[in-house]
Design a protein around this ligand. Structure first.
Ligand SMILES: CC(C)(COP(=O)(O)OP(=O)(O)OC[C@H]1O[C@@H](n2cnc3c(N)ncnc32)[C@H](O)[C@@H]1OP(=O)(O)O)[C@@H](O)C(=O)NCCC(=O)NCCS
Length: 139
């Protein structure tokens, strides 16, 4: 599923999103680091025991010069094409928000590609709004 999400981003965002050789090993390490920890989250959505979506998140911290420093970060959310628009994505996001609230975190952020209209509409529907523009340029 994550490979599909990555390939979707190559189509949207170009070569920066292409997977490196050996990406699976790195990816497994990253995901495993999100299992069984109190400050990281790996959710899998199942339909009839079959995985159809996932969400990865963590509690991160801003520099302590700020009054409010812990925040939730959603890295990835994905639902397989055949299972979309049935509330699976919403369930994953709601579970992640609940997990953050239980850790007294009251703000959650995420990145979505500026050309990902589908993702943007979903996140807006989930109550997220744009607060930061990340700019880049070729040099
Ligand atoms: C974005 C994604 C996770 C949504 O998952 P999903 O299971 O289809 O979402 P849900 O069925 O839970 O939809 C929740 C709400 O968002 C709305 N929604 C979902 N996709 C939408 C879209 N493309 N445009 C407008 N609204 C959308 C649904 O209508 C629903 O609203 P409702 O409660 O008023 O009916 C899924 O489409 C996906 O994996 N997309 C490709 C990867 C991606 O873009 N990931 C997010 C960015 S990293």
């Amino acid at each position: 599923m994550w490979k599909e999400l990555a390939e979707f981003h190559v189509d949207l965002g170009g070569p920066e999103h292409r997977l490196a050789r050996g990406w699976k090993t790195e990816w497994r390490r990253f995901v495993r680091g999100h299992i069984g920890r109190t400050d990281r989250l790996c959710l899998v959505a199942e339909v009839d025991g079959v995985p159809v979506g996932f969400l990865l998140a963590a509690i991160l911290t801003r520099p302590k010069v700020f009054e409010r420093w812990p925040y939730g970060h959603i890295y990835d959310a994905f639902v397989e094409g055949a299972h979309r628009n049935r509330g699976v994505g919403e369930s994953l996001v709601n579970a992640a928000l609940e997990w953050c609230r239980a850790r007294r975190v009251d703000r959650v952020e995420l990145y979505t590609h500026a050309r990902n209209d589908l993702g943007m509409r979903f996140w807006q529907r989930m109550g997220f709004e744009t607060t930061v523009h990340i700019l880049d340029r070729r040099i």
